[in-house]
Design a protein around this ligand. Structure first.
Ligand SMILES: O=C(O)CCC(=O)C(=O)O
Length: 361
């Protein structure tokens, strides 16, 4: 596949449309080879022990240290935790999810005006991961839009449903505030100042990936999303029901339990690089179910498109030599425009030493 290929094909059949035709079997195009199916023998059901962190202690003079220790352990061992008492009102979250659901139920032509396979578009409606590159399709429709600063992007977002901009916009702003607070504790966990790269974080990129996974008649044969890591620093994910699975360092999959009003925090590639491998960018995938449609809103935060990110000098020493080259969000986008996610991970192109304790998908 050539890197600078013309991206022209905007036509596709969404999974929402497919399922309206009441099919009892999934089309051939969505059937994964047996080795990539969500094989339950590789799934560990210890999900109840996955970390849940209460953020109400964030500003407590003595308990903040314990909170930072918990955050460090979670980022170091799994690259994942859930947060409760995070400060985003339940109604703001519910309204955003409702407006997402309404968007996906719009007639096809209302959504197709945002259709594009060009990963550089600030607003993009699509299906699977990238319908132009994927060999096998994933059971997912999505709309992605840039969100920071909101005033720069919101006029490009869908105008239907009529309250989409208002509801999704309030959630995007609230989740960005939470992200800045979380960045402080995640950085402090590494021994860095909570204000480290403060301006870059403030002016960083926020991409909202709003996902719809219709119920699937044959969930054992397909996936909603393949195993992948997120490029940015932190992803904050809100899910309407269970369906996300994360991979641990023994390559075991763990279903992430649904906790009402909790948010899922995932470490992305940029943090793995900044921490020189102390934090793990978490491989994750989405499984499907026969009963119910699932929605999720992933707020993917990263440094600005052109900002080169390498390991923080403070975490590098003789015992921990530089293990990653510098990379940027812009370079990541160039990489994924040419390659399907399943063909290899961008972060692997940045690794200098093969680290035996890092998970590979
Ligand atoms: O829907 C989910 O649970 C995961 C979404 C995700 O990984 C993404 O949008 O990158």
């Amino acid at each position: 596949m050539e890197a600078n290929r013309e991206i022209s094909d905007t036509s596709f059949t969404s999974v929402v449309e497919l399922t309206q035709k009441c099919q009892h079997n999934i089309p051939e195009q969505y059937i994964l080879p047996p080795s990539q199916r969500p094989n339950t023998s590789h799934v560990d059901n210890i999900s109840t022990s996955l970390p849940v962190i209460d953020l109400s202690m964030m500003n407590h003079p003595t308990h903040r240290c314990q909170l930072i220790d918990k955050v460090y352990a979670a980022c170091n061992q799994l690259g994942f935790f859930q947060v409760i008492n995070h400060g985003i009102p339940t109604l703001v979250m519910k309204d955003a999810l409702d407006s997402a659901e309404e968007f996906f139920t719009l007639p096809s032509d209302e959504k197709m005006c945002f259709a594009s396979a060009d990963v550089h578009k600030p607003v993009r409606y699509g299906t699977s991961m990238n319908h132009e590159l994927d060999q096998v399709f994933y059971w997912r429709d999505f709309i992605k839009h840039y969100a920071n600063p909101l005033s720069q992007w919101i006029h490009l977002w869908p105008s239907k449903p009529t309250n989409y901009k208002e509801k999704m916009g309030s959630y995007a702003e609230a989740v960005n505030v939470l992200q800045k607070k979380l960045m402080e504790v995640v950085l402090e966990g590494l021994g860095l100042n909570g204000n480290y790269l403060h301006d870059d974080i403030k002016e960083g990129s926020q991409v909202m990936a709003v996902n719809c996974y219709p119920s699937c008649p044959e969930p054992d044969l397909a996936l909603g999303m393949p195993p992948h890591t997120d490029y940015g620093t932190l992803t904050i994910l809100y899910q309407s029901q269970q369906g996300l699975e994360i991979m641990d360092h023994n390559k075991k999959w763990h279903p992430v339990p649904f906790i009402k009003d909790a948010l899922i925090v995932q470490v992305g590639d940029q943090f793995e690089v900044m921490s020189n491998g102390r934090y793990k960018s978490i491989p994750h995938r989405v499984i499907l179910n026969v009963q119910k449609k699932r929605f999720s809103i992933a707020s993917i935060h990263s440094m600005h498109l052109d900002k080169k990110v390498g390991p923080a000098p403070e975490v590098v020493d003789e015992q921990h030599p530089v293990s990653y080259k510098e990379g940027s969000f812009g370079e990541f986008l160039a990489y994924i425009s040419a390659k399907s996610l399943t063909e290899g991970k961008y972060i692997d192109t940045l690794k200098i030493h093969e680290r035996s304790n890092l998970s590979e998908v």
